[in-house]
Ligand binder design. Structure first.
Ligand SMILES: Nc1ncnc2c1ncn2[C@@H]1O[C@H](COP(=O)(O)OP(=O)(O)O)[C@@H](O)[C@H]1O
Ligand SMILES: [Mg+2]
Length: 253
């Protein structure tokens, strides 16, 4: 309960297939799928209450003319009472920073905002488990940041399965599953994943630039922070240099 699991792997590795098995869109020919004890193919309704999904394309989730109706959509399907629905919609919108967006028309929103509307719709259902299939891959950098901020804030509150091609998005995960050829080929900590060049290469995983630089500089050790971007890498380098880099820069001006 409350685990944050990253899921990565090459194209065709089986990530989306896993996701579709979990929500009952695909039925397993062999083996068994259980979500919180329920078979998604046999009891989709029980699974839908417990497992919320967010997909790549923020346009796909939008069904209603106003944001608040869109966020309420999943609850309507579950037959939640009017008063409770209102409270849950308000809370979910607050959780993704969309207070005041209730009467906005979804088509006027940015990609990041649309994706947050979709996330609010998922959260309103109050699922135990959240499954995110590349939720930022169609967003611009600002939109990605917005969505990730709110996803990461849910860490520890829900079980999260986060499929991504961007390793910097899952550096805080409790563990990372690597899927290749339809199998789990590794179940490791994010640190172990980004430090294991063989594992990365075999699964066509590319380190983000800041991590690649940190790796080349020998800064990816068994402890210490993992830099998500250039600013964090710069801070680590500065600290190692005891502030000398900044001094020199000042002198040069
Ligand atoms: N219903 C299915 N039956 C058999 N194979 C499938 C089915 N759906 C997808 N596949 C295959 O499973 C593999 C994994 O695809 P996918 O899960 O989309 O990968 P990923 O999301 O990791 O890029 C692909 O080779 C795809 O062709
Ligand atoms: Mg996929």
């Amino acid at each position: 309960m409350g685990e944050y699991v990253g899921i990565v792997g090459p194209n065709g590795g089986g990530k989306s297939t896993l996701v579709r098995l979990l929500n009952g869109l695909l039925v397993a020919e062999r083996g068994r799928v259980r979500v919180a004890g329920f078979d998604p193919a046999a009891e989709p309704f029980e699974v839908r209450k417990r497992l919320g999904m967010l997909f790549q394309n923020p346009e796909n989730g939008i069904v209603a003319p106003f944001v608040e109706d869109d966020v309420a959509f999943g609850l309507e399907n579950l037959g939640v009472r009017r008063g409770e629905m209102r409270a849950r919609v308000a809370q979910a919108m607050g959780a993704v920073g969309l207070e005041g967006y209730e009467r906005r028309e979804p088509h006027t929103l940015s990609g990041g905002e649309k994706q947050r509307v979709a996330l609010a719709g998922v959260l309103a259902v109050e699922p135990e488990i959240l499954v995110l299939d590349e939720p930022t891959s169609m967003l611009d950098p600002e939109g990605r940041g917005e969505v990730l901020e709110h996803v990461h804030a849910l860490r520890g509150k829900r079980t999260i399965l986060h499929v991504t091609h961007h390793l910097e998005e899952i550096l805080d995960a409790d563990r990372v599953l690597v899927l290749n050829g339809g199998r789990i080929v590794a179940d490791v900590s994010p640190r172990r994943l980004v430090s294991d060049r063989g594992l990365l290469r075999e699964n066509r995983l590319v380190l983000p630039t800041a991590l690649r630089l940190a790796s080349e500089l020998g800064l990816l050790g068994p402890e210490g922070p993992l830099p998500r971007g250039p600013e964090e890498l710069a801070a680590i380098v500065q600290e190692r240099a005891g502030g000398r880099l900044r001094e020199r820069e000042t002198r040069a001006r």
